[in-house]
Write a protein that binds this ligand. Structure first.
Ligand code: MSP
Length: 516
C-alpha cells in the first residue's frame, strides 16, 4: 500500500467572489498534489470554504440574504473556480456540513477534558476582517485610527466567552519548533512565529455569545465556537475523525499550505489545540507569499481585484497555472499583470516547449506518415541530450519535493532549451535530403525527450502536457513511466502512428479588456 500524503489549502471565507490569491493557493496545492501522486504516494487533497463567523454574517446582511443561503451560493462559486482551474481536490469541505460540526464538538470536548477550557469575560480588540483577537500592544495607530498589524479595523468587544489555556502551551510549542524545523516553512516565517511565542502567550477567547452563526459549544447554550476553532478543525473532520472512515489513514497532514497572513493560527493555535486534545500534529505548515497586482496590494477600493476566471478565459487555464507557479518564487510575494503573463508564457511555453513539440511531431506526421522513427544512425549527441533532459527532470523532481516550485520549473526549462539547441544543430529538415538514417535517430531522440519533459511538467500544466502525451500515445504518466527506458522501443514496435498535431501551447495576445 502506497504511503499516504495529506495536503490541504486554507479554507476560504466566501464573503466575496474568489480572487487570484485564492486561485494561486489552490493551483500551488494542486501542483504539489499531482506531483506526489506521480511519485506514487496515496494522496488526499482537501480544500473548501470557511463559512461561519461575524464576517459572513455581515456580508450576508449586506447582500440582503439569509446567511445559510448566502454561504451556500458563495461557496459554490469557490468550488466552481477550483473545477475551472483543474484543481484535483479529493474533498471540498464546507464548515456548515453536519459531519464537520460533530467532529469539531468532539475536539472541543477533548480540550475541555484536558482542563484547557474555562469561562471568563473577554474584553479586548477584535478585527472582523481577520476574525482575530489582538492584544493592545500589537495594534498600530491611535484612537479611532487603531488598526490590527494587518492594517484592518478593530473594534472593542466585551462578552462572556470560553477561554483556551494557550498560555500553557508556550514551552511545548517552542520545543516543537526546535525539534521539527520543518514544522513551519519557509524559515523566515518560523523565526517570526517563534519570536511571537517567546514573547508570551495569553489565553485565547474561543467562543462568542453576541451571534449564533457557528458551531454550538457542547453543553453551553448561547455560545458558538470562535470561527478559527471551527475552521482549523476542518483538516481533521475532513478525514472522518473521530469515526473510523478509511480516510483516517491520512492523519496527520503532511502539509498545510496557507498564506503568510494566517501562519499564527496554523503554527500556534492549531498545534496547541491538537496537543490539548491528544491528537498527532501536522508535519508541516508552509506560508506562501502574497500575490500583488503590479506590485500593489489588491483591494476593492483600488479596483485592482482580478477575477481568476477572467484570466483563465483570456489566457487559458494552463497558461495561468504555469505563470503563477513559475513567476513567483514559492514562499515570497510576487507580482502579476496581464502583460507579464503574456511575456512569460509566450517565451517559455509557446516558443520554447510548444514549438519544440509542434516542430517535431508535425515533421514526423508529414514526412514519416506519423510512424515513429527507427533507431537510425546513433550519435553521441543523442545520448548527451537524453542525459541533459533526465537531469532537468530530476531537478524538477527534487525541487518539487522541497516545494521549490519555480526553481523546479526553471530546471525543467533547461531540458527544453537543450532540446531546442539540439534540433537547431542536428537540423532534421536538412537531414531529410542528405542522411535519412541520421534524421530518424534525431527525431526518435526528440520524441523520447518530449515524452519525459511532458510527464515532468504535468503537475503544472495538466491539460496541455496531457494532450502532448495523448499525441504520443503515452499512457504512463508517473515517475515510474519516466524511469521506463523501454517505452520508445515498445511504442514504435506496437505500430503506433502520430496524427498531425494541433498546437497545445498557443501564443498569447494581450486582450484589450485585461490589458490593465
Ligand atoms: N478562512 C481563513 C482561513 C481558514 S484556514 C483553517 C482565511 N480565508 S481567506 O479567504 O481570507 O484566505 C484564504 C487563503 O488565501 C489564505 O491562505 C490567504 O493567505 C490566501 N490569500 C488571500 N489573499 C491572498 C493574496 N493576495 N495572495 C496570495 N494568497 C492570498 O484566511
Amino acid at each position: 500500500m502506497a504511503e499516504p500524503f495529506y495536503v490541504t489549502t486554507a479554507i476560504s471565507y466566501p464573503n466575496g467572489a474568489p480572487h487570484i490569491g485564492h486561485a494561486y493557493e489552490a493551483i500551488a496545492a494542486d501542483a504539489i498534489t499531482r506531483f506526489q501522486r506521480q511519485a506514487g504516494r496515496d494522496v488526499r487533497f482537501q480544500t473548501g470554504t470557511d463559512e461561519h463567523g461575524l464576517k459572513m454574517v455581515q456580508a450576508a446582511r449586506a447582500a440582503g440574504q439569509e446567511v445559510a443561503d448566502y454561504a451556500a451560493a458563495m461557496s459554490a462559486g469557490f468550488r466552481a473556480m477550483c473545477d475551472r482551474l483543474n484543481i484535483s481536490y479529493d474533498r471540498f469541505i464546507r464548515t456548515t456540513a453536519p459531519d464537520h460540526h460533530a467532529a469539531t464538538q468532539e475536539l472541543w470536548r477533548r480540550m475541555a477534558a484536558n482542563g484547557d477550557l474555562y469561562l471568563d469575560r473577554y474584553e479586548g480588540w477584535y478585527s472582523v476582517r481577520d476574525e482575530a483577537f489582538y492584544d493592545e500592544k500589537e495594534l498600530v495607530g491611535e484612537g479611532d485610527d487603531r488598526r490590527s498589524p494587518q492594517g484592518t479595523p478593530v473594534e472593542w468587544t466585551a462578552e462572556e466567552t470560553w477561554f483556551f489555556r494557550l498560555s500553557r502551551y508556550q514551552q511545548p510549542l517552542l520545543d516543537l519548533y526546535a525539534a521539527s524545523p520543518d514544522f513551519i516553512r519557509p524559515d523566515s516565517r518560523r523565526n517570526e512565529v517563534a519570536r511571537f511565542v517567546e514573547g508570551g502567550l495569553s489565553d485565547l477567547s474561543v467562543s462568542r455569545t453576541s451571534f449564533d452563526w457557528g458551531v454550538p459549544v457542547p453543553d453551553s447554550p448561547g455560545h458558538v465556537m470562535y470561527v478559527w476553532v471551527d475552521a482549523l478543525a476542518n483538516y481533521l473532520s475532513g478525514t472522518g475523525w473521530p469515526g473510523d472512515a478509511p480516510e483516517r489513514r491520512f492523519w496527520p497532514p503532511d502539509l498545510h499550505l496557507i498564506g503568510k497572513d494566517i501562519v499564527r493560527f496554523h503554527a500556534v493555535y492549531w498545534p496547541a489545540f491538537l496537543m490539548s486534545a491528544g491528537i498527532d500534529l501536522p508535519r508541516s505548515v508552509f506560508g506562501h507569499g502574497f500575490l500583488l497586482h503590479r506590485g500593489e496590494k489588491m483591494s476593492k477600493s483600488i479596483g485592482n481585484v482580478v477575477d481568476p476566471l477572467a484570466l483563465a478565459d483570456a489566457f487559458g487555464v494552463d497558461a495561468l497555472r504555469y505563470f503563477l507557479l513559475r513567476e513567483v518564487s514559492f514562499g515570497q510575494d510576487g507580482s502579476y499583470s496581464a502583460d507579464a503573463i503574456v511575456t512569460r508564457v509566450n517565451a517559455e511555453l509557446a516558443n520554447a516547449f510548444g514549438n519544440l513539440v509542434q516542430r517535431t511531431l508535425s515533421f514526423i506526421a508529414k514526412n514519416l506518415d506519423g510512424v515513429l522513427p527507427t533507431p537510425g544512425k546513433v550519435d553521441d549527441a543523442d545520448g548527451v541530450l537524453i542525459e541533459e533532459v533526465l537531469v532537468a527532470c530530476a531537478g524538477l523532481r527534487a525541487a518539487f519535493g522541497d516545494l521549490l516550485l519555480s526553481q523546479g520549473i526553471e530546471g525543467w526549462l533547461r531540458g527544453v532549451f537543450a532540446c531546442n539547441a539540439y534540433i537547431d544543430t542536428a537540423a532534421p529538415w536538412a537531414l531529410r535530403k542528405t542522411d535519412l538514417e541520421r534524421m530518424h535517430a534525431v527525431l526518435g531522440t526528440l520524441v523520447r525527450a518530449i515524452r519525459l519533459l511532458a510527464i515532468a511538467i504535468l503537475p503544472v500544466v495538466p491539460g496541455a502536457a496531457g494532450r502532448v502525451l495523448d499525441q504520443l500515445g503515452a499512457e504512463g504518466r508517473d515517475h515510474a513511466a519516466m524511469d521506463d527506458e523501454g517505452w520508445y522501443a515498445r511504442q514504435a514496435a506496437s505500430g503506433f502512428r502520430l496524427t498531425a498535431p494541433t498546437p497545445v501551447f498557443p501564443r498569447l495576445e494581450l486582450p484589450v479588456e485585461v490589458a490593465a
